[in-house]
Design a protein around this ligand. Structure first.
Ligand SMILES: Cc1cc2nc3c(=O)[nH]c(=O)nc-3n(C[C@H](O)[C@H](O)[C@H](O)COP(=O)(O)OP(=O)(O)OC[C@H]3O[C@@H](n4cnc5c(N)ncnc54)[C@H](O)[C@@H]3O)c2cc1C
Length: 627
């Protein structure tokens, strides 16, 4: 396993520089995965076209990442290594990821940090000037590099600078404000995309020798989530409908530390980074229905339930474990706040020990954000937090080359399913996105393109492009012509609630079956009652939302199908029928040590399940314990 990537890399075929110029690659997405891919491929000499729906690549959702990015540098000399990072990820993902892919992600993590440092990303440094690190959940070493609580923003700015360099050199052409509506497949190979110009409404055809999707995660399926409002599943879903298998759709991470739902009008939930659990202590009152102000509740009357239940990892247990523990306490009546659906995250001890300045240096912008949203000063009283939909481990199925089941269609970053199994560890997504884009895809895509050097530039006036554009137009007309009485957002909200209740933190066979029925009914209602205001040939955010919500019905249905099929609990997928006596996830390795990859089978139909067995030769499958 340790040599696999290096050996494999040396065996991959190459494309010579003169031929690279003749090959076109489309990259959809400019987050860390897309921008790193596009700039690395541009640097290699390919002719790259890159797309995003925002007004600037810098606004891709990666900008929101807060806490940090992992690498196995062992700068703290605390026993870290590539193997340990690999092991933590495999274990953290509850043994539902491929060993070789995870090991490779851990291996390239060290190049990623060096590369970002070279690009000028202002990571925090310690007193001696070395890059500083901190701890994240599910691990006992300190391997997370960070830039205050703005790591994603700083890494994205670094990546954007390398992308801009390629744009200026002419190797990369940037198309902002474009929504990918469909994938064009010619003779079984991915050959292009149909986009909608979001400012004019015009449909456009773009062709290439290969297409890379770096379109991020679909956590927004829950409506309320920590993601940017525009995050969506639609590009990946279009590929799925054209034949790309979709893997582990029900593996969705619920993050334990989000600002709780405060009222009915909230359109998003704001994350309070996991890094805060380095110093913040999570607790609830020992008495039910406690009404006293948290600062008036004495130490002896506080239940630091994570430290109590998981002494070895304490507040730094992985996210799935921390989320379920918070839910358990709230369901049992110990939750705080008006709704009883929140717990405290308290910095009193850390401020007493380290001083306010030290805490401000590490988390200042997060504290400020919390204060702006809630009006509560977390330097003076505990934050209130609750779990929220966050990250999708599921996504497009890819092989070791990061290629989907459609030849020539690749998927990188959060849009693929590859490295995190049933639960992602904190700070490992930025690492995977950048590793995929800078250090993996540039090798593997060449192996595919080596066979394409004789393929002339793909024309866009061929029947496949015409058909895809026509279908996109018909869908727009269908959405615009319903002319019902309910907003797109109202449907999204209702869908999100169904999924949160039936396919959220805790699932059951009965609830999932009910969920599927409710989604089908809601989808029928959508196509009779939705009102998409404005016109199609203009800037129209209602139409953009309508596309996404229409796809989310199908995504949500598949999530439920997958969760129902997986008769076990693992990582973030917790089926209440399958738990240990202590209430922890109970895996069934005999029957479910596989990736579930689904084939689209038509609207409202059960999808066809393909199973990829997971073979573990380097780790022993054990019950995950953080005690
Ligand atoms: C609040 C928050 C904090 C986080 N903090 C951390 C952290 O500290 N560390 C960590 O490792 N991870 C963190 N994560 C996770 C991490 O930020 C994401 O997993 C990662 O940034 C995803 O990057 P990406 O490049 O795959 O996708 P994104 O950054 O989501 O980019 C998607 C791109 O695809 C484009 N796109 C999408 N759909 C279409 C379409 N239909 N047409 C055209 N373009 C499209 C978008 O325009 C965008 O450019 C956090 C996540 C959240 C929500």
């Amino acid at each position: 396993m340790a040599d696999k990537w290096n050996n494999y890399k040396s065996s991959l075929r190459l494309v010579n520089p003169a031929n690279k110029k003749k090959l076109d690659i489309i990259v959809v997405g400019t987050g860390l995965a897309g921008a790193s891919s596009a700039s690395a491929l541009g640097e290699l000499g390919y002719n790259v076209k890159v797309f995003c729906f925002q007004d600037s690549p810098r606004r891709a959702h990666s900008v929101a990442a807060q806490g940090g990015i992992n690498a196995a540098k062992n700068y703290k000399n605390d026993g870290d290594s590539v193997y340990r990072l690999f092991f933590d990820m495999i274990k953290g993902g509850d043994f539902r990821a491929r060993e070789a892919n995870v090991y490779r992600a851990a291996e390239v993590s060290n190049y990623v940090i060096d590369h970002f440092a070279a690009l000028g990303v202002p990571f925090a440094r310690d007193y001696g000037g070395m890059l500083d690190t901190r701890s994240f959940g599910g691990v006992q070493v300190s391997r997370t590099f960070y830039a205050k609580g703005q790591t994603g923003q700083q890494c994205l700015l670094g990546t954007y600078s390398s992308l801009s360099r390629q744009i200026a050199k002419g190797t990369v052409t940037m198309y902002e404000r474009r929504d990918m509506l469909d994938l064009v497949v010619v003779d079984g190979k991915a050959r292009g995309i149909i986009t909608r110009n979001l400012l004019t409404g015009e449909l456009e055809r773009h062709s290439a020798h290969a297409v890379v999707l770096a379109t991020g995660g679909y956590g927004t399926v829950f409506y309320l989530s920590t993601l940017a409002l525009g995050s969506n599943a639609s590009a990946a879903w279009a590929a799925h409908k054209k034949g790309a298998l979709f893997a582990n759709p029900s593996f969705i991470q619920i993050h334990p530390t989000s600002i709780p739902v405060l009222n009915d009008y909230q359109s998003k939930l704001t994350l309070m980074s996991e890094s805060l659990r380095n110093d913040g202590r999570v607790w609830v009152p020992k008495e039910k229905d406690e009404k006293r102000h948290p600062n008036q509740i004495p130490e002896a009357e506080r239940d630091y339930y994570l430290e109590r239940r998981y002494p070895a990892f304490g507040n730094l247990v992985p996210r799935d474990v921390a989320s379920r523990a918070a839910k358990e306490r709230c369901d049992a009546g110990y939750g705080v706040g008006d709704t009883g659906l929140s717990v405290y995250l308290d910095f009193k001890d850390a401020i007493e020990k380290q001083g306010k300045k030290a805490i401000e240096d590490k988390y200042g912008n997060l504290f400020e954000m919390y204060f702006k949203i809630t009006g509560i000063n977390p330097y003076e009283e505990p934050m209130r937090i609750y779990p929220a939909g966050h990250y999708t481990m599921g996504g497009l199925w890819v092989d070791y080359n990061l290629m989907t089941t459609i030849p020539g269609l690749f998927s990188v970053g959060e849009s693929n399913f590859s490295d995190h199994g049933a639960n992602r560890l904190g700070a490992s997504s930025l690492m995977q996105c950048s590793g995929d884009g800078y250090f993996i895809l540039p090798y593997t895509i060449g192996d595919y393109l080596a066979d394409e050097i004789k393929t002339p530039r793909v024309k866009t006036d061929i029947p496949e492009f015409e058909k895809a554009e026509k279908e996109a137009n018909e869908r727009i007309e269908k959405l615009m012509s319903v002319n019902g009485r309910q907003t797109v957002t109202s449907f999204h909200k209702r869908l999100g609630k169904i999924l949160w209740d039936h396919c959220g933190m805790v699932r059951s066979a009965e609830g999932l079956k009910k969920g599927i029925q409710m989604i089908d009914d809601l989808e029928d209602e959508f196509w009779k009652e939705v009102k998409v205001s404005g016109t199609a040939n203009d800037y129209n955010q209602e139409l953009e939302k309508a596309f996404r919500v229409a796809d989310f019905f199908e995504v949500g249905r598949l999530m439920c199908q997958d969760a129902l099929d997986r008769n076990e609990s693992c990582g973030a997928h917790f089926r209440e029928e399958y738990q240990t006596e202590q209430g922890e996830a109970k895996r069934n390795d005999k029957e479910f040590a596989h990736v579930s990859a689904y084939e689209y089978n038509g609207s409202k139909k059960e999808e066809i399940l393909h199973k990829e067995p997971l073979v573990f030769e380097n780790v022993e499958l054990k019950e995950r314990s953080y005690k």
